[in-house]
Design a protein. Structure first.
Length: 254
């Protein structure tokens, strides 16, 4: 894909040189993980009685969330108290962008700045993301669906001291993210960071093994790349992230 002088200048600002995707590269798919049989452990009778009720309650909650429209979903997220993260948040971080965007970016969890401003990807990491998006003709500013992205996180509340999300927190919040994806109906999902990848692909493989090819979340293509905050700490991987962005741009042009 030819790059304009403006795009080359943006790439210089990111700190990488122009990369051209290999013509022979073809999108692949994630190998389906073979489930491992869990060891059978003795279970108390009272635990057996509680588990079906808990699973039924969770299923009912997920079905309810799956029927919400945008306004109802925003209100549900803003008032959510499903896990203990609600106790320490300043506000929830719902997401921003075009609700009909062709590209939807999924990040990890809100940090201190996101918790304060109520918007994903702010601060230095957000600035780097904006430069990365501009380099392939995308923006979080107001634009047509083909140019503007929608950005959401796997978690809607900041974990204390910016710790990693815990499995139960990701599980409870995943219903919100799934509904956002269904409402946006993006042509491409761009997963940024380990926990975004785990949530969308249900895979524990490291990003280094998953990037460079196209995966699937249901019927939607997914491109995997590093989180901008990681790239700020590890600038040597910016060239790999640029290759991932080029792969995403190719998918969007199809």
């Amino acid at each position: 894909m030819p790059w304009t002088e403006r795009q080359r200048a943006m790439l210089d600002a990111i700190g990488i040189t122009v990369w051209t995707p290999h013509a022979a590269s073809q999108p692949g798919s994630v190998p389906e993980a073979r489930p491992h049989a869990a060891p059978k452990l003795p279970v108390r009778e009272e635990a057996v009685a509680v588990r079906p009720a808990a699973a039924e309650a969770r299923s009912a909650r997920e079905l309810e969330i799956a029927a919400l429209d945008w306004a109802q979903l925003r209100e549900r997220v803003a008032t959510c108290r499903a896990c203990r993260l609600c106790e320490g948040r300043t506000q929830t971080v719902f997401g921003v962008g075009n609700e009909q965007a062709h590209c939807m970016i999924v990040g990890e969890a809100p940090g201190e700045n996101e918790d304060r401003q109520g918007e994903p990807f702010v601060g230095a990491a957000g600035q780097l993301l904006d430069r990365m998006l501009h380099a392939i003709g995308l923006t979080r500013a107001a634009a047509e669906p083909a140019q503007q992205v929608f950005i959401a996180n796997t978690l809607k509340c900041r974990p204390p001291r910016n710790r990693n999300p815990e499995p139960d927190e990701l599980a409870l919040c995943s219903a919100y993210l799934r509904r956002q994806i269904e409402l946006v109906q993006p042509r491409l999902l761009l997963a940024m960071g380990r926990f975004a990848v785990q949530t969308l692909l249900d895979s524990s493989e490291p990003i280094g093994r998953l990037r460079g090819r196209v995966h699937r979340c249901g019927e939607r293509p997914v491109v995997v790349t590093y989180h901008p905050a990681y790239l700020l700490r590890n600038p040597a991987d910016k060239a790999r992230a640029w290759a991932d962005l080029c792969l995403a741009a190719e998918q969007l042009q199809r």
